[in-house]
Write a new protein. Structure first.
Length: 714
């Protein structure tokens, strides 16, 4: 017990030293980069504004939705929320999380490796340094893409997942109840891992890895068909239990997946060489799959780690020791995909990348696969060096020295490169957000876009919260990368681009602003003018400052200005013909109640959101709601015709004469005036609620089973 506490104490010391060492970048120049940097999160506001809300916006193949946001950030937001309530600053919260992930990876690897034999006969020295080596790779470089930042949870927890997975395989041979127990624990871990699983490429790779292990074991007769089927069923059931709550709405709102695949080809497929340019075996193994300038320390680490692996393989050959073929095959396959189109098998990779359906969702394969290599390489090294044959005792000292060197180098690089950008978002951003909400902002056009890219396209923003990392400043993004084919640009974004160019050209912006439901125009000047035309932006500033269409100008610390359009250039979110009176009330961001009063037989209800078939108009009854989703020819229920209007928005044609004749209870008629209440709803929200219900029921079963199993063993 004392020895175990000793190793725990060492982990704590490393943890504290790392926390003391961390420091943020002070440069403010990167604050606006779209998606590439971790911005300040207000966990209290984020949870309150996103709970029980699902919303999707597919923009030329990109799926931005609140369900994915919740799955991607909910475990992390819970962590943020607790520390936020304790008064811990954003900087400390974030670094604490990164260090926690490193130590968690080392600890879970320690548990996994120590389970591979009699603990009494294991060299604690080698076990500790191998675990540390795994836990502190990948190393923290200057900044992370958001997906990579939270993706670190998967490598940190994977050793425990692998351990439980192997235990399910073994116990499924004779003890089903024990397998179910491991399945329950695995389900709770997968609930934490829904954060990286929200990246569908990561989820696809993880499923392939686990199922691939089963198939290889079955082919090599390491397991029988019974073990294969039971483990496969329990594995997918645990994934379903933990992820159905966000996958259910995500899947029905995903839209044209082939378009997403094509979009991926446009954005990364055509530049896959760039994404894997530095994916050498050394870089991949040592946790720098896309390369980083870390000087001689990285080179020494790479060489020592690769030498350890080669030495382990030589020892296996010399001692004629049996080795499980599964890790070796996984290493070879993973290395092939991680290297991408680079030699020596680049042509084969390109062929598979083009021919295998949806393989493009992996996007940057090296950044998603290196931890698999690292895990199985460390596992193979462990299987060899943990118990060195008696005739090779002379190798013990150099191997121990190698382990010390690689572990210390890993920790040193973590000390040196752990930093994120930025944490110095000025208070004016919060003030601007407050100003916009207090002034009932409907939709915003932002010039230039958040990445400081060419102002010929933009990101527009409306009142929905929580779709990207910068959502705490601007709530909703629509962004067209430079490399995207024009055919995949949606009509709404084309109109927004047209509006942006009208502003730059000092032309009439009133009509198109009203059409788009734009209420405010924001010009930012806090970006370095590296990839957009600063002169053009200054011209837009002068134009709007003197425009007759602007009623109010608000400036925030010289960082940016907010221009409010005059009332005649604004429109209502939901409207209809002038002769029809319409009132609406927002129940939640995905549901509105509207009240119509008109003397005409037919009216068109216009909802100024990008056209999406998932928005439905119904009368509140379940039967009528269902017919909007699954129309049946013989069904007598009224179907409100849903079409695209205003070149981008949602419109429904309502035949009040037909509707009121069959729904007398729901339709009030006074003289020749029809009065009716209807609802506009984004129906995947109900799938979100259904998914939450299913997950809750399954987790209640899991808890009951754990209690039952523990009592049964007593």
């Amino acid at each position: 017990m004392r020895r175990q506490l000793y190793w725990v104490l060492i982990f704590i010391i490393i943890f504290v030293l790392l926390l003391i060492k961390t420091s943020p970048h002070n440069a403010y120049q990167y604050v606006g980069a779209s998606g590439d940097f971790f911005s300040i999160i207000n966990p209290s506001n984020s949870i309150a504004s996103n709970l029980f809300t699902f919303r999707s916006n597919l923009n030329g193949g990109y799926g931005d939705n609140t369900a994915q946001f919740l799955s991607h950030f909910s475990p992390y937001l819970f962590y943020e929320f607790v520390l936020f309530k304790l008064g811990v600053t954003q900087l400390v919260r974030t670094y604490f999380f990164l260090i926690l992930v490193s130590c968690l990876g080392a600890f879970t690897m320690y548990l996994y490796l120590s389970s591979k034999g009699s603990f009494k006969n294991i060299s604690k020295f080698r076990l500790f340094f191998l675990s540390t080596l795994y836990g502190f790779s990948p190393y923290f470089i200057n900044y992370y893409l958001p997906g990579h930042f939270l993706f670190l949870l998967l490598p940190a927890v994977f050793p425990l997942v692998q351990l439980l997975f192997e235990k399910i395989i073994v116990s499924s041979k004779n003890d089903i109840q024990l397998s179910v127990k491991y399945f329950v624990v695995l389900s709770f871990i997968f609930l934490l891992l829904c954060t990286p699983f929200a990246n569908l490429g990561v989820l696809a790779i993880f499923v392939c890895l686990m199922v691939g292990q089963l198939l290889i074991n079955l082919l090599f007769k390491q397991i029988n068909i019974r073990q294969f089927m039971i483990t496969l069923f329990l594995f997918f059931l645990s994934l379903f239990t933990s992820n159905i709550w966000w996958l259910a709405p995500y899947s029905v709102a995903l839209g044209n997946v082939s378009a997403m695949s094509e979009q991926s080809k446009q954005t990364i497929g055509s530049s896959i060489n760039v994404a894997t340019a530095n994916s050498s075996a050394l870089n991949i193994i040592s946790g720098f799959p896309e390369g980083v300038s870390a000087g001689k320390s990285l080179s020494v680490l790479q060489i020592t780690l690769l030498s350890l692996f080669i030495l382990s393989l030589l020892i296996i050959l010399i001692s004629k020791k049996k080795i499980n073929p599964v890790p070796l095959l996984i290493i070879l396959i993973t290395l092939f995909f991680a290297k991408g189109p680079n030699p020596p098998f680049g042509d084969m990779f390109r062929f598979l990348y083009e021919k295998i359906v949806y393989l493009q969702i992996i996007r940057r394969p090296a950044s998603k696969l290196y931890w698999i290599l690292l895990f199985f390489i460390v596992s193979i090294i462990y299987s060899v060096v943990i118990k060195i044959p008696k005739k090779m005792k002379v190798w013990i000292m150099p191997i121990n020295a190698f382990l010390c060197l690689t572990s210390l180098l890993a920790i040193t690089l973590t000390f040196r490169y752990m930093s994120l950008t930025p944490f110095n978002i000025p208070s004016s951003y919060g003030e601007a957000k407050k100003y916009l909400f207090e002034n009932n902002v409907s939709k915003i056009i932002l010039l230039p876009d958040m990445g400081g890219s060419s102002p010929k396209y933009d990101q527009s923003v409306n009142y929905h919260t929580g779709t990207d990392f910068l959502s705490q400043i601007w709530e909703f993004k629509k962004h067209i990368p430079n490399s995207v084919n024009e055919a995949f640009v949606d009509n709404e974004t084309k109109l927004v681009n047209e509006l942006a160019n009208l502003i730059y050209d000092n032309k009439d912006i009133c009509k198109i602003s009203k059409k788009l439901n734009i209420s405010n125009i924001v010009i930012r000047k806090d970006l370095l003018p590296t990839n957009y035309n600063q002169e053009l932006l200054d011209k837009a500033d002068v134009t709007l400052s003197n425009s007759k269409y602007i009623s109010q100008i608000k400036e925030f610390d010289n960082n940016f200005k907010i221009f409010k359009l005059v009332d005649k250039c604004q429109s209502k979110l939901i409207s209809t013909e002038p002769e029809t009176e319409i009132k609406f009330k927002k129940i939640n961001p995905t549901k509105f109640k509207i009240s119509l009063s008109t003397k005409t037989d037919k009216v068109t209800v216009i909802y100024r959101e990008k056209f999406d078939k998932s928005w439905v108009l119904h009368d509140g009854s379940l039967k009528n709601f269902q017919t909007q989703i699954i129309p049946v020819a013989k069904n007598k229920e009224t179907l409100f015709t849903h079409d695209s209007v205003l070149d981008y928005a949602n419109g429904w044609t309502v035949n009040l004469s037909d509707y009121c004749s069959s729904h007398e209870k729901d339709c009030l008629k006074q003289g020749d005036t029809f009065m009716v209440d209807l609802y506009i709803e984004y129906w995947p929200q109900r799938m979100f609620l259904l998914g939450i219900t299913l997950s809750t029921i399954l987790y209640l079963f899991c808890l009951v089973y754990l209690i039952y199993y523990s009592r049964l063993k007593k």
